[in-house]
Write a new protein. Sequence first.
Length: 378
Amino acid sequence: MSNLKYQLSNFFKHKCAVWEFTLKCNSNCIHCGSSAGKSRLDELNTEEALMLVKDLKSCGYDGIALMGGEPFIRDDWYEVAQEIKKNKMKLTIVSNGLEIKEQIQKLKILQIDCVSLSLDGGLPKTHDYIRGVRGAYDKVLGSIKLLQKENIPISVITTVSKINFKELNLIRDWLLNKKIAWQIQIAIPIGRFPRDLVISRKQFYGVAMFIALNLKKYSIKELPLMGAHCFGHFSMILPELGLEPWIGCQAGRSVLGIQSNGNIKGCLILTDDSIEGNVRTTNLSDIINSSFNPKFCQYSHKINLQDYCYTCKMFKKCKGGCLGTRLALNSSNKPYCLRAIEKKLFKNESLPFRWKIDSKISKYKNLYQRVLLKENWR
């Protein structure tokens, strides 16, 4: 796999543990699902963190993503990162990009697989507003340039809300031909993010079309782009927006969520009633192999007769999409699903294409405009 494709995958082709390394953070993002700021009072200490790395390795995980909060704030991040690489596991660090300069030499020594930075605005004032830090835009762009200078692999994550929905073109123009993997995801109403700033279903489809259009227009070398797991699947018009065909939510399967106090979930965006155990009191392998998977599978397939997915012929393949997004949006009747939205958009007219993108970008652009100009629906 090429380096760019590897960055795009963000470990989802592997068994990856996504670890909220600390809840402490030096930014105050509007869309933060963890309401990060202060450390948890009971976060794992260094000895416990090092042991958890070994346990993850023994349980078959070959990748760890350290995130927060802001992982670079923990004094022992480098020691734990060294242990991850010592165990021959892939390592990514998800950061706000405010403190990269101070860590650059350590990142070089680690030979880190990827540093993933957040870029949430095409304009400085938008990014700074979303991140809650004046000057954050200039700092993250400076961090990207510094990492590139040192040949450290980078990816960029953009979280879309009503605040920055119209600035995707600006972000794209900045990223073009920089060989930086770009993942687009939507902000969901968990943590401190308010429901009224979630993009509408129409805007959601518009973002999906933006991704599809740019995948069609640019090569992977020009713009390595992907949609995150929150995007709908099995569209009747658009191609698969992720790196690989969708095979169902991977929470608790190839992905594991770890809170900074050792709580284990299938995915970090699931609510705390989805906690399956804590590594301080239960062996990690017991959590994963005994109580976790059967309970999760039963929970994720719990569909009632009023649920849109209940009557969808793609349910056995789709399995309801991203579980965390589905639950946070409480959208079982009007799901953020490309296929469902297309049936709404083209209810009384035939679909302009079926199962494939028309080869002419101009027609695709016209469809994009038609969708965005349709009003009075969500």
